[in-house]
Design a protein around this ligand. Structure first.
Ligand code: ATP
Ligand code: MG
Length: 566
């Protein structure tokens, strides 16, 4: 009994406000209890992690309630849109793990239908062709606390409006000279209802309809109608569209007679710390070459995160964790990093790699010999088994794992000290070789053959365990380390008027050349993910070729950034 109650309570608490609306609608049999959502990106850039949230939400709800989710391109701005973006968006949605119904939808497929609806609106005397200039239009609109002025063109006859609209379509007029406006209310406190523009002239080639159209519908005239055509039940969008909702409803009410109407519900956009999330701003970074491309691994784009080594599971999990909010919020990027660590910890193959190599000579190890030692592939998953790691007389360790005269608390290698080489042996440093400038070029150690596998032969203890790579077996690689893209947690929309680019972190990329990796990695494929022991998670970058491997560090093992900022 008690348990039952508890469970009930738990399920109730875990429903977010959108799920509550949906469950109520299902219960009441609204729209035959169907759940049909859509994800409606504008193909004017690559998707970012904010879109990932919207994708997970829309597709996730469809999955949860046995419904459908359409992928629909909201492509009504021909100048800014491109097929390149369409392709990347489809790829990103698929990569995130979602499939959509029968086909991909495009608002541009509805241009004919939307034109007919505009004509219908004119015929109902609810739309008119206006010839005010942009400036006049602004002036006539008024301000929220004061009514606007009626356009002198508002009382044109239906016939005249039909004729003018037809001629707009035929390309008889210049851009900006004529627009079609809905006839609503110039004194509404909601500015979106003050006779909003629904069609404008644009002499631009559309990426799908080419030069067929000289007029294009506005977002507001497109969105709700597209929702209607597709029988969408729950049209979820971000908060900035809340003020558009009365117009959304006015249009569906005046255009369609069925009882069914799509309904818009808003949720808050989230922002991610140390980055910006707007396609326009991200495009700026690409165009001014602050980053190499849309999929630069520092970018918060889905393609950037993928290239960086993020998994779809980690992003879906992140999206679930942040939930849906009614107010805009700033999510700490450390949470996203936590999600990828958690996923890769379970899945990633462990390997050893040395990023800043220091040569080690094992003076008592036979020349020209080597042996293979057992190493565990993933301590979190025994089914991943073991591999062989070669050991020989010349090795590399990390430069910063050695100090000639270390302080007492330094638990790594020092002159006269002994450490364990992971999976290999205890080694003791006896000598340091330097160049003319006094820089250490190599160190000389002896190993204890009785400590094979890294086990103490006699109960004696060592404080540190180091990763290493056998020199003659090592693969060379470039390794790219990343830092925050911006130096400020919220570089966007600053009150002091500064520009987000002022906060760009010019040290956000560090390339290490000639890193040494264990030979196991020779068969790695692009996007394969690994834990380099003690150093973090890495994945093979698409810039790799036969001569050189390139790895990206996805994330460090622990959040050193959080510590640094304490
Ligand atoms: P941007 O400003 O980056 O171009 P947008 O909202 O203009 O974003 P669209 O292509 O119109 O981009 O967005 C598709 C969907 O993704 C919309 O429903 C939008 O509300 C949603 N979305 C975009 N950014 C976020 C975000 N940060 N958090 C949640 N949802 C978002
Ligand atoms: Mg947009």
């Amino acid at each position: 009994m008690k348990n039952n109650k508890l469970e009930k309570k738990e399920t109730k608490v875990s429903l977010n406000f959108i799920e509550q609306i949906i469950e109520k609608d299902i219960k009441e049999g609204k729209n035959e209890s169907r759940v049909h959502t859509r994800f409606p990106p504008e193909p004017n850039g690559y998707l970012h992690i904010g879109h990932a949230k919207s994708i997970c939400l829309n597709f996730g709800l469809a999955n949860k309630y046995n419904g459908k989710c359409n992928l629909r391109f909201d492509d009504t701005n021909p100048e800014k849109e491109d097929v390149e973006y369409v392709k990347s968006i489809e790829e990103d949605v698929r990569w995130l793990g979602f499939t959509w119904n029968d086909k991909t939808y495009f608002a541009s497929d509805y241009f004919d239908k939307l034109y007919d609806l505009a004509v219908l609106l004119i015929k109902k005397d609810k739309a008119y062709v206006c010839e005010l200039s942009q400036e006049q239009m602004r002036e006539y609109r008024g301000i929220p606390t004061k009514a606007g002025k009626e356009s002198p063109y508002k009382n044109r006859s239906i016939e005249e409006n039909l004729d003018l609209f037809e001629r707009m379509k035929a390309g008889e007029f210049e851009e900006g000279t004529h627009m079609l406006r809905a006839k609503i209310d110039m004194s509404s406190p909601n500015m979106h209802l003050r006779d909003p523009i629904i069609y404008r002239i644009k002499n631009a080639t559309h990426h799908r309809t080419g030069d067929k159209w000289k007029i294009y519908p506005m977002y507001d005239f497109t969105h709700g109608q597209s929702d209607y055509f597709e029988k969408i039940t729950h049209s979820l969008c971000t908060l900035e569209f809340q003020v558009h909702r009365p117009l959304y409803n006015w249009l569906t009410k005046n255009l369609f007679e069925t009882e069914y109407k799509p309904e818009q519900t808003e949720f808050a956009r989230f922002n991610l710390s140390y980055t910006v999330m707007s396609k326009r701003k991200l495009l700026e970074l690409v165009e001014n070459k602050s980053v190499s491309s849309w999929d630069d691994p520092r970018m918060p784009t889905i393609s950037g995160l993928r290239r960086r080594g993020y998994t779809p599971e980690s992003i879906r999990n992140f999206s679930d964790t942040i939930g849906v909010a009614k107010r805009e919020n700033l999510i700490d990027v450390a949470l996203l990093e936590h999600c990828i660590r958690e996923d890769l910890n379970k899945k990633a193959q462990r390997v050893m790699g040395v990023l800043n190599p220091l040569k080690v000579i094992i003076t008592n190890y036979p020349d020209n010999e080597s042996e293979e030692l057992d190493a565990i592939n993933n301590p979190e998953d025994a089914s991943m088994g073991k591999r062989k790691v070669p050991f020989s007389k010349e090795l590399y360790i990390e430069k910063n794992d050695f100090m000639e005269n270390p302080p007492r608390k330094f638990f790594r290698l020092g002159l006269g000290r002994e450490v364990r080489l992971r999976y290999a042996y205890f080694v003791k440093c006896n000598d340091v070789v330097k160049d003319v400038n006094g820089n250490i070029t190599e160190i000389h150690c002896t190993y204890d053959p009785a400590s094979k596998g890294g086990k103490s032969p006699d109960g004696r203890k060592v404080k540190g365990t180091l990763h290493w790579v056998s020199a003659k077996h090592a693969l060379n690689a470039d390794v790219r380390l990343y830092d925050r893209l911006f130096n400020d947690p919220a570089p966007d929309n600053k009150k002091d008027g500064s520009n987000f680019k002022d906060y760009f972190n010019t040290n956000s990329l560090e390339v290490l050349e000639n890193c040494k990796l264990e030979p196991f990695l020779k068969d790695a494929a692009i996007e394969n993910k690994f834990q380099f022991e003690r150093l973090g998670y890495f994945c093979l970058d698409k810039d790799s070729n036969e001569n050189k491997m390139v790895f990206n560090r996805t994330v460090t093992l622990r959040d050193s950034w959080a510590k640094k900022n304490k």
